[in-house]
Design a protein around this ligand. Structure first.
Ligand code: AMP
Ligand code: FE
Ligand code: FE
Ligand code: ZN
Length: 284
């Protein structure tokens, strides 16, 4: 059984429609995927409908933008009630924070001599309700200033680059509470990607488990090297966490993340479903 629990569609910053994503998952011989768009459930219904037609199970997912000590930490929510009001309101605030700072980013880029307008960004975002830096990156690619998203981030958009403007995110703890309030299960995405190791360690995870009921960590992910994966696997096992694996597929937006690049073990998937069931959420 091939299971990939973290993928993005065009509804956030992937490049495939939810339907195309499911078709590609079928072609990649996947039995189960989770659609985990950033800060929105907007693609879930379409993906699940497509999944029924095509024969791929689609887990309802979400990748929420949270922070720890001012550093971005992504939190995956599985099996949530997508109509939950408290979660929906917070996601709205996060999406607003994400898009509301884009005009400032465009202005900073203009000051650096790059000609770019908000219209250019809106056009490449193709109606995404979760507009953010990846769409500014796409606009820079379209204008010919950079070759791809990666170069746009390294040169202009990363935290220490001239086009960056910080935005609102809720705390990791609050994110876990909101996901649980919506009957879902919370798994920290790629905890050791981008220097995450400096903020997420075993004592902190233990505290999140004891106080907030955190259920899992993503272990097998393209942004983790072999050593990190081995250490996280061991740590997660010791703490009794569900250990997941995924590609973090973004279509053409992340060229090194093909569907199925990493997988979730069947036993971990079963554990995840059992935990969602206990919380009263949606299982597949
Ligand atoms: P934002 O939420 O607007 O600050 O944008 C952050 C998003 O940009 C992350 O969720 C990633 O999906 C994406 N991202 C971050 N770094 C890169 C990179 N080097 N290449 C492509 N996408 C990236
Ligand atoms: Fe992304
Ligand atoms: Fe992420
Ligand atoms: Zn992701």
């Amino acid at each position: 059984m091939r299971i990939d629990l973290h993928t993005h569609s065009r509804v956030s910053d992937g490049t495939d429609t939810p339907t195309t994503l499911v078709m590609k998952a079928f072609q990649a011989d996947l039995d189960v995927i989770a659609l985990t768009d950033h800060d929105t459930f907007g693609g879930i219904l379409e993906a699940q409908e497509a999944g029924k037609r095509i024969g791929v199970k689609v887990v309802c997912g979400l990748e929420m933008s949270t922070e720890v000590e001012g550093r971005a930490v992504h939190l995956l929510g599985y099996g949530c009630d997508t109509y939950n009001r408290d979660l929906g309101e917070e996601l709205g605030r996060i999406r607003h924070g994400r898009s509301a700072r884009l005009p400032q980013m465009v202005q900073k880029l203009n000051e650096c001599g790059l000609e770019l307008t908000m219209d250019d960004v809106t056009r490449v975002a193709m109606g995404s309700p979760a507009m953010g830096r990846p769409h500014v990156a796409d606009a820079l690619v379209e204008k010919g200033y950079v070759a791809d998203r990666d170069e746009a981030f390294t040169e202009w958009l990363a935290e220490d680059r001239p086009g960056y403007v910080k935005r609102y995110a809720c705390s990791l703890e609050r994110g876990i509470e909101l996901i649980h309030g919506a009957k879902g299960v919370a798994v920290i995405a790629h905890p050791w990607a981008r220097r995450g190791r400096e903020v997420i360690d075993a004592p902190y995870l233990q505290q999140l488990i004891d106080t907030y009921g955190l259920e899992g960590i993503e272990v097998d992910h393209p942004d983790h090297d072999d050593e990190s994966r081995a250490l996280l696997f061991e740590m997660g096992g010791r703490l009794g966490l569900v250990r997941t694996g995924s590609s973090d597929y973004h279509g053409l937006g992340k060229k090194n993340n093909p569907l199925g690049a990493h997988l979730t073990r069947k036993s971990a998937f079963r554990d995840l479903m059992a935990r969602i069931k206990r919380r009263g959420g949606q299982i597949v």
